[in-house]
Design a binder for this molecule. Sequence first.
Ligand code: SAH
Ligand code: F3S
Length: 446
Amino acid sequence: MKKIHIKTWGCQMNEYDSSIILKVLKKNFNCKETNHVEKSDLIILNTCSIREKAQEKLFHQLGRWKNLKKKKKIIIAVGGCVAVQEKKNIYKRAPFVDIVFGPKTIHRLPKMIHLIKNNTKNIIDIRAKKLKKFKFFQKKSIPQIISYISIMEGCDKCCSFCIVPKTRGREISRTPEEIYLESKFLSKNGTKEIILLGQNVNSYKGKFNNGKICKLSKLIKIISKIKKIKRIRFTTSHPIEFTKDLIQTYKKIPKLVSYLHLPVQSGSDKILKIMKRSYTILQYKKIIKKLKLIRPNIQITSDFIIGFPGETKKDFQKTIKLIKKIKFDMSFSFIYSPRPGTIASKLKDKINLKEKKKRLYILQKKINKNTLFWSKKMVGTYQDVLVEKYIYKKNKKKLYGKTQNNRIVIFKGPKSLIGKIVFIKIYKAYLYKLKGNLKKKYVKNG
Ligand code: SAH
Ligand code: F3S
């Protein structure tokens, strides 16, 4: 087995899982990744089932790969959340698939591949009590300025619309020692910004070797001690566990960026209740208020679900009102999509698709207006920008970096600035992109 093709759908956690898949396979086989599916010996599809008709999308994709198998011996493996959701159904509709594995059994892939080579057919390996896959993080890494680290997985909440608790299982947190080691390793490889990931990242409760519990606030403090790490972010958090200690972290740890993704889903308490989100809009606003007292410049982004069963025009107006009030900088907003087996999927949905699309359009227009408002507000100010690369590979003049609030900044400067945080005076703003000039004494802290 020489060439592997990995296709990843969904969130950053899936991206992270795919990077581990590659490491696990490289450790066990003499193999390389390829972008050309027809040249590969092993195809892995890492799926996501959060929205849409995920299973249909999967079978369409598999249909396209079916013929490849007729030409040469290829192993096809399906992983991720749709694999957990569909299990043996995958073999009913696509018997040519060889392996069905889950997010927790990635580390067992080499064993599964050996079994297939020895003529075992249609393997299903989904369950695991422990998160062993994370042990593979140390195995050679491509130097990256911004790196993700998954720190916990799964979800113990039960939002009525969400399939994650089913597909990813109950919450499991990695140990702080392991996360620290991974951060340190990444920093030695050139990483300057770390993004901590979890389906519910602020319910992180890792256990120190001595048995004591480490909360997210503590973990951020620990990572911030690594000198080469200059910025820390985390995503996605739930309002209900946005505790005092985490809010105070914004005071204590300057490396924690002034930018937070805190999904609210709806601006109506009635809808939040049916969604089983267990907070009210007032509570949500209070969190933001406290954060703004500590970091007046903090910007907030959110997720919204539009057209949830029972959402009236009045409820929707409440969401719009909240968007105006908080002035959310950006959002991931989608029309509600019933997921198999969830409580919400049994609710009567009376809103027609046209109306849902209209609401989504109105909401996204409002949010875009905010995005441009915040971008324009930055014109004339100095921003600290983490420089990632040249914008064009061939034209080595203009550099590309990001502000704390995730705006791309384009400016002229020398190669030596890549990997550094520099001060840039912004002179032009677009929706997500800014143009600027280097300040004379520009390097922040190396
Ligand atoms: N733990 C996070 C969200 C994780 S899921 C939180 O508490 O908010 C990521 C996002 O997908 C959610 O915020 C939600 O907006 C969206 N989502 C989840 N299930 C969905 C569904 N059935 N239909 C539409 N959007 C959904
Ligand atoms: Fe999903 Fe709610 Fe958990 S959105 S991931 S069930 S917090």
